[in-house]
Write a protein that binds this ligand. Structure first.
Ligand code: FAD
Ligand code: SIN
Length: 535
């Protein structure tokens, strides 16, 4: 089955929705999303969007904080663009109907780790859900947009599918994607003049993550297979404070709680963060997560404690209603009178599909924005609440680029073959898929986590190679299912993370290895770039 539109957007988080809404002014848009439409990392964002709106703040301060956190690897131009364009993008969200929290008629500004000013614009502690609500409503009444739930992209359509031998220096074009319609169990061919990857993060590569189940790195894996350049995959951000034993995904306890005065203690009541950084509990995430990891390994404890008991309980309930209620009702924990047991969990991928300042990837007609992309903003570590911001700013820039270089011409698309699953069989081996998924997550958690070493990374690489080859063989022989598509992508992304981590011979930001404990080696000041043509 062939479905044609001017624009194909993959993903319904903040990046995909905001871009689809704008692009619909240029032509027809099909937006596919693999689960229910709101299910995305965006939907669970708590803290907010970092933006300079206060008269006590300046662009320069936000730029400095971002560059400092990125540990020398952030691309200055991308950072400047993102921060200077932020107020305009924020106003657009307000115009679309996002109800941010106000105080005395002005936006209420929260504080998070690594920020030198209060600048986090938020909707209480459920900012992402409010953004999804408003954008999805605007999409639902737009006549030019068709949103399809339960449609999972399998692969981008490029010269590979025409049987061409693509090499390093051959230009590659994207003409859409093969997509599994999960409910009807049929693979469809979506063709478009422009395809936009907005498929989010990779959290489920790890055993413990704050990300919802959709975050399986599909976009990075698809783009890599298609021949795009992938950058900085070793920089996986672990959020320091997810609720201990809260299941999968782990429930996030927002950094805004520490911004509000929450403090971290060991079980023996020591306020340990002051030993690691002068900013104490409000140091940037890499430092706090590494400190917690060290403390837990030293003590053998299973968690550290986040204490809010010295803070006004009514203010806590009013400022953090989602966290207060979820902890109380789901986990029987009253955060106003009991300390919160917390542990780090995989949270965010700073690396991804390399793009320029306008969201263009190296593949013609393929754009990427949001968490799937590497715009250069985050470098070796992301500053809190810069992710929603990056997504809206670069989605807008991709839209502008497409507007200025309009290309609505389906006639330019060559004849693309239908999805071929002849010779494959229907799999009933769910147990194999589930087992491999768990094994990958365990390997990544144990050997490619917060603290790494050559020995651990090499062990991870050997084990993962075995599983990856098995999955590829199985994939070739079996009809695609959602579980198999995700598993294959998890294996590919894990491999990219491991390879990137092995190639970085230093500790920087989120990549800490005991073999190169010295930080900030000036000889290593470059991005890690991987292409399928070179591995
Ligand atoms: P997502 O919002 O993850 O959306 C990706 C979409 O792609 C989903 O709809 C998914 O179903 C779809 N998809 C994926 N693969 C496929 C496929 N193969 N086919 C079809 N569809 C596909 N950042 C901040 O800046 N501030 C915060 O306060 C904040 N809090 C956070 C709290 C939590 C718990 C989490 C998990 C993240 C938080 N982040 C925060 C990070 C931020 O939410 C994400 O980086 C951001 O929302 C990513 O947006 P996105 O549009 O790129 O991707
Ligand atoms: C949080 O609220 O702590 C998450 C913020 C972020 O990931 O930027």
């Amino acid at each position: 089955m062939e479905i044609i539109s001017d624009y194909l957007v993959i993903g319904s988080g903040i990046a995909g929705l905001s871009l689809a809404l704008k692009t619909a002014a240029l032509g027809t848009v099909i937006l596919i999303t693999k689960k229910e439409k709101a299910e995305s990392n965006t939907n669970y964002a708590q803290g907010g969007i970092a933006t300079v709106v206060s008269s006590l703040d300046t662009f320069e301060l936000h730029i400095t904080d971002t560059l400092k956190t990125g540990m020398g690897l952030s691309h200055k131009e991308s950072v400047e663009v993102m921060i200077k364009e932020a107020p305009d993008r924020l106003n657009e969200l307000i115009h679309v109907g996002v109800a941010f929290t106000e105080k005395d008629g002005l936006l209420d500004l929260g504080r998070e780790g690594g920020h030198s000013r209060n600048r986090i614009v938020h909707a209480h502690d459920h900012t992402g859900a409010e953004i999804e609500r408003a954008l999805l409503y605007a999409i639902s009444i737009h006549p030019n947009i068709t949103l399809l739930e339960d449609h999972i992209a399998i692969d981008l359509i490029t010269e590979h599918h025409l049987g061409f031998q693509v090499k390093n220096d051959t230009p590659i074009h994207c003409w859409g994607a093969y997509v599994l319609d999960v409910k009807n169990n049929v693979v469809k061919k979506f063709l478009a003049s422009r395809t936009i990857l907005a498929s989010g993060g990779v959290g489920h590569v790890y055993l413990h993550t704050t990300n919802p189940l959709i975050a399986t790195g599909d976009g990075v894996a698809m783009a890599y297979r298609a021949g795009a350049l992938i950058g900085n995959m070793e920089f996986i951000q672990f959020h320091p404070t997810s609720l201990f034993n809260s299941g999968s995904p782990s429930f996030l306890i927002s950094e805004a709680i520490r911004g509000f005065g929450g403090k971290l203690f060991t079980k023996r009541n020591e306020e340990f963060m002051n030993r690691y950084d002068a900013r104490g509990s409000l140091a940037s995430r890499d430092i706090v997560a590494q400190a917690i990891d060290i403390e837990l390994k030293k003590s053998g404890d299973e968690y550290v404690l986040l204490d809010l008991r010295h803070l006004d309980s009514e203010s806590i309930k009013q400022k953090f209603p989602l966290i207060y209620k979820t902890c109380l009702e789901k986990f029987k924990l009253d955060i106003t009178s009991e300390s919160i047991p917390v542990v780090p969990a995989a949270h965010y991928s700073c690396g991804g599909v390399i793009t320029d300042l306008n969201g263009r990837t190296g593949i013609e007609n393929l754009y990427a924005c949001g968490e799937v992309a590497m715009t250069g903003v985050h470098g070796a570590n992301r500053l809190a609440s810069n992710s929603l911001l990056e997504a809206i700013v670069f989605a807008h820039r991709a839209f502008e680029d497409m507007r200025l270089n309009k290309k609505n011409n389906p006639d330019m698309i060559p004849k693309i073959p239908e999805w071929d699953d002849s010779g494959t069989f229907d799999s009933e081996e769910w147990v194999l898929i589930e087992h491999d998924r768990k094994e990958i997550q365990q390997i990544m958690w144990d050997y490619v986590g917060i603290v790494r070493s050559n020995l651990r990374l090499e062990r991870a690489e050997r084990r993962l190679n075995l599983i990856k080859n098995e999955i590829e063989n199985y994939y070739k022989r079996t009809k695609v299912t959602e579980g198999l598509i995700e598993l294959r992508n998890l294996a590919t992304v894990s491999d990219l993370i491991i390879k990137s981590a092995i190639s970085r011979k230093e500790s920087r930001g989120l990549h800490y290895t005991t073999d190169y404990p010295q930080k900030d080696d000036k000889n290593c000041l470059q991005d890690t770039i991987i292409s399928r043509f070179e591995s």
